[in-house]
Design a protein around this ligand. Structure first.
Ligand SMILES: NC(=O)c1ccc[n+]([C@@H]2O[C@H](COP(=O)([O-])OP(=O)(O)OC[C@H]3O[C@@H](n4cnc5c(N)ncnc54)[C@H](OP(=O)(O)O)[C@@H]3O)[C@@H](O)[C@H]2O)c1
Length: 242
């Protein structure tokens, strides 16, 4: 049997990079995109020759996403799994947030993710779609809230609603759709958070610490595998108990 093909958006760093690496290590062929590349991604491509397809594009460019998925399908012959991970977070109180920041979060986090999933699902539905998966990366902020992150939270809540309905829509075709909501993770996305806020978040978790990408990868790998075969429409919080 040929290796499964997994698409992961935003694989140049942070959680996306960790997911790309885990799926390569388990034997998948993987395709990812981001606006910039990274040395870590180049190293993975060198370590897994012919199994990692990397593209540079902006998720706000919906036509580019369509082209990317078409290229992946042409290069690898099919798409089995889609992980919508790429996102941007502009922190700031709503009263002073610029319209372009609001628009960028909605376009990249919601529209870009939905269009990516649509394009991947179209490919999945062309063949025997049983066992295929869609995994959406949300955030605990969507239902716990955080000052300065109201628009970001809205984009993640939108993805969660999308996932529940899509799971019902695709269930009859054997495609599972789940959402993973991480708590605070030490990545570039959260690097601007003050030390005070970081400590406050760590204190609020049952485990008494903030997370790293490696804490979340196991859950994504599980969902994107036969071990998760009866799980769909689920929202899984991986947050150290916050
Ligand atoms: N870090 C946290 O505390 C945390 C907590 C909960 C949930 N999450 C979620 O986890 C996921 C990964 O976050 P992370 O912390 O790993 O973020 P990160 O380190 O900032 O990485 C984000 C990835 O997405 C890509 N990306 C961002 N904007 C893009 C765009 N317009 N077009 C194409 N690619 C784009 C980035 O590459 P380029 O910049 O080169 O484009 C990068 O590869 C996100 O969905 C985030 O909302 C994060």
């Amino acid at each position: 049997m040929t290796a499964p093909v997994s698409v992961v958006s935003g694989g140049s760093r942070g959680l996306g990079l960790a997911i790309v690496e885990a799926l390569l290590v388990r034997g998948d062929r993987v395709a990812t995109f981001s606006r910039s590349g990274s040395a870590a991604l180049d190293a993975l491509a060198a370590a897994h020759p012919g199994r990692l397809h990397v593209a540079r594009l902006d998720a706000a460019d919906l036509e580019a996403i369509r082209g990317f998925v078409a290229d992946v399908a042409a290069a690898f012959g099919r798409i089995d799994h889609c992980v919508a991970n790429a996102a941007v977070a502009h922190e700031g109180v709503l009263a002073t947030m610029r319209a372009d920041e609001i628009e960028s979060m909605i376009t990249v986090n919601v529209t870009g993710s939905i269009v990516l999933v649509r394009e991947c699902v179209r490919q999945m539905l062309m063949g025997d779609s049983a066992g295929r998966t869609v995994t959406l990366i949300s955030s605990v902020v969507a239902d716990r809230g955080s000052p300065g992150l109201s628009v970001y939270a809205a984009t993640k809540a939108a993805l969660e609603g999308f996932g529940i309905s899509l799971a019902r829509e695709l269930g009859p075709r054997g495609i599972r759709v789940n959402t993973v909501a991480p708590g605070f993770l030490e990545t570039d996305l959260s690097a601007t958070l003050s030390a005070e806020n970081r400590d406050r978040i760590a204190r609020r978790t049952a485990l008494g610490r903030v997370g790293i990408s490696g804490d979340v990868v196991g859950m994504v790998s599980f969902l994107v595998s036969p071990a998760g075969s009866f799980l769909t429409g689920q929202l899984v919080r991986v947050d150290g108990g916050c």
